[in-house]
Design a protein around this ligand. Sequence first.
Ligand code: 5GP
Length: 227
Amino acid sequence: MIRHKNTGQLIVISAPSGSGKGTIINHLLENDNTNRWLSVSTTSRMPRPIDIPGVTYNFVSADEFEKLIKEDFFIEYTNYAGNYYGTPKQAIKEKLDKGIDVILEIEIEGASNIKKLIPEALFIFIMPPSLKTMVKRLQTRKTESKDKIIERFRRAYQEINQVTQYNYVVVNDDLEEAVNKVEAIIKAEKCRVDRIEEVYLDTKEEEIHELLMDEEFENESITEKID
Ligand code: 5GP
């Protein structure tokens, strides 16, 4: 009866630093690593000890990044806390064409640029349970200087104020609950009518039945319809 579009879903997930977004995304990938793919961004920031080049990010110099911008390599890019971050275009297109859902873990400016290009993408914002928890998570990470933490905190505060640009917001106060909510959102999104490619009728009988039902419905008064 219904044929869905066979392109993958583009899922944009943003969250301020220290909101636990990385852990949620890891769970989403564990739950389905065949039909989901996390895009690997390119950045000019220095790798942290937990970073794996080519897996968490592709690390390049600022000069190399600027060269890639000129070559139109990115679908979007931004400068965040003094470093470049960008989403490579080609790999995303290939995965979506194959029907694989693509997750972009990007900040709000990037998300808003994607929204202009692909408004039908799914935009989810992960909110920390409180600003206090967020600062604590940033401090315990011990990977940033005090200045950088303050800058990231300021940026986080601005981002939280722009949450209404997103389709959904999930508060990460309980990890399991937050992952379940994001899974439910992704599932619901697959049922959206704008993901329908075609509605077709299987048999002649169904076609006739459909026509009769339409006629009956049209003849009802508005109060009957509400009844
Ligand atoms: P971090 O340095 O903590 O890994 O990332 C800093 C911020 O940059 C995070 O909010 C992260 O989501 C965002 N980010 C990572 N990759 C990209 C990207 O390709 N584009 C944009 N716009 N933001 C990104």
